[in-house]
Ligand binder design. Structure first.
Ligand code: HEC
Length: 437
């Protein structure tokens, strides 16, 4: 009996440690991740090396500072522009419904811009460190410098919202006419699982979506929280020019399709980081235990396997859009984002791509994330990559039949396998030689 109580104590002590708020002193500041002390290697560190050597240049613009030049240098499309007017981020003094913050992204990096902001804000996908944050001063300089930022950012960018890793956040909440969040009216995290009706509070949304409702393009007055249920003025908006000075931005859009793709992508990026960190930590812990128990080095412990599988399963679920919110009408953006996104996809011999959008009932035609092509995916630790490929194979060939994956029809599964085979290098042997489902 006593033993059992002791055991319970030990377990709850562990749980407390594991679920402690993920501020600076959490599980990634120390070995083996060494988030602070490791040298990042990502599109921003590469751009900075180019600037330092003189191989690359950024040009300063009187209106937008370095924004245009940074987007061009990183191949981030201006069509990805999304506008958020809630005072929920770093430069909150600059943000309001009349002066929204603009965000831009591609598969590897996200950029934040505020009118008259002191800095551009950057979150970059870093294969080893998950998400690495930078700011670039919006002041003309002969030697522009992306400064790596940690504490100033992880205070909001690492919590249960991101799955405990330095990552990306997307929220939907209700704000007043000044952009001040009204938390009493509710708020939630957003990703591809969030029902459309709950999305985009605090964001502008341009595009049409039939009779589906959402809470974008909406401000509420503090004392009338009930207003949140009526957003008839905020639906199917294609022009925002009566709401704020759209000419102060690179485009007049806050494209609905860009928002939906970003919401999918941030979840996958956070799960990739979680998979990366969990595996490296589990292997590190195993090595320490093997040393202290006198085991042969490399002895695989059951707990290591379990940790890798559980983080891997969560990644696979995000990659295959498990629990994706259903659409009940055609979604159409206002910018060229959707075309541009699809056009940049690798295509198989039949012309199919994982970047083909469906947008009537769901986001993608073939529900498997295009982030399987990303550097972050390819550089997952070997143990994790092996497991994830095997799981994907088992699901897509019908070996794994749990209810979770019921949204994938047999035609979907076959198409995804064929597309991956035709477009992805370095697949495990059984992927290329196994029968098509
Ligand atoms: C007060 C909390 C807060 C702080 C501090 C903060 N952010 Fe954010 N950030 C947010 C929220 C919330 C979002 C989601 C969009 C929104 O509501 O504006 C966001 C979104 C972003 C995005 C868009 C994509 C993503 O990664 O989610 C970038 C880029 C970004 N922040 C960069 C930074 C950088 C760089 C720092 C530190 C210098 C920073 N942020 C500090 C709250 C914060």
């Amino acid at each position: 009996m006593t033993k059992r109580i002791e055991f319970r104590y030990a377990i709850s002590a562990i749980l407390i440690v594991v679920s402690a708020p993920a501020g600076a002193a959490d599980g990634f500041a120390t070995a083996p991740i060494n988030y602070r002390d490791s040298v990042p290697e990502n599109c921003i560190s590469r751009l900075q090396s180019g600037l330092d050597s003189g191989a690359k240049k950024l040009t300063y613009d009187a209106d937008y500072g370095y924004l245009k030049s940074v987007l061009t240098s990183l191949s981030v499309p201006v069509e990805s522009q999304m506008l958020v007017f809630s005072k929920t981020s770093l430069q909150r003094r600059r943000i309001s419904p009349r002066t929204p913050r603009a965000l831009y992204f591609n598969d590897d990096v996200y950029i934040g811009y505020c009118q008259a902001g002191e800095v551009l804000e950057v979150s970059a996908v870093d294969p080893e460190l998950g998400t690495v944050f930078y700011t670039l001063e919006q002041k003309q300089s002969d030697a522009p410098q992306f400064e790596r930022r940690i504490d100033k950012c992880v205070i909001c960018h690492s919590s249960s919202r991101t799955g405990g890793v330095p990552g990306h956040v997307v929220r939907s909440l209700f704000v007043d006419a000044k952009g001040q969040p009204q938390f009493s009216a509710g708020s939630r995290n957003v990703d591809h699982r969030t029902p459309i009706k709950d999305r985009w509070g605090g964001w502008y949304v341009t595009g049409t979506h039939g009779s589906q409702t959402h809470v974008g393009n909406l401000t509420i007055s503090t004392n009338r929280l009930a207003e949140r249920s009526d957003n008839s003025q905020g639906h199917n908006i294609e022009d925002l020019s009566d709401r704020f000075r759209v000419d102060k931005y690179l485009t007049p859009h806050s494209d609905i399709v860009a928002l939906m793709v970003m919401e999918h992508q941030t979840l996958v990026h956070n799960r990739l980081t979680n998979a990366e960190f969990t595996t490296r930590k589990a292997l590190y812990h195993e090595q320490t235990l093997n040393d202290s128990l006198g085991n042969d080095p490399g002895t695989r412990l059951e707990s290591t396997t379990q940790r890798i599988h559980s983080a891997g399963d969560r990644l696979v679920e995000a990659l295959l859009l498990v629990d994706e919110a259903a659409l009940s009408g055609r979604i159409r953006g206002t910018s060229e984002y959707a075309n541009q996104f699809a056009e940049s996809g690798r295509r198989d011999a039949m012309g199919r791509s994982l970047r083909d959008l469906e947008l009537n009932t769901r986001l993608f035609q073939y529900p498997c994330s295009y982030l399987i092509y990303s550097e972050a995916f390819d550089s997952l630790p070997g143990e994790m990559r092996t497991y994830v490929w095997q799981q994907l194979w088992d699901v897509l060939t019908g070996e794994e039949t749990t209810e979770k994956f019921a949204h994938l029809s047999s035609a979907d599964r076959a198409a995804i396998v064929e597309i991956i085979r035709g477009t992805k290098n370095g697949l495990p042997e059984y992927w290329t030689t196994g029968p098509t489902p």
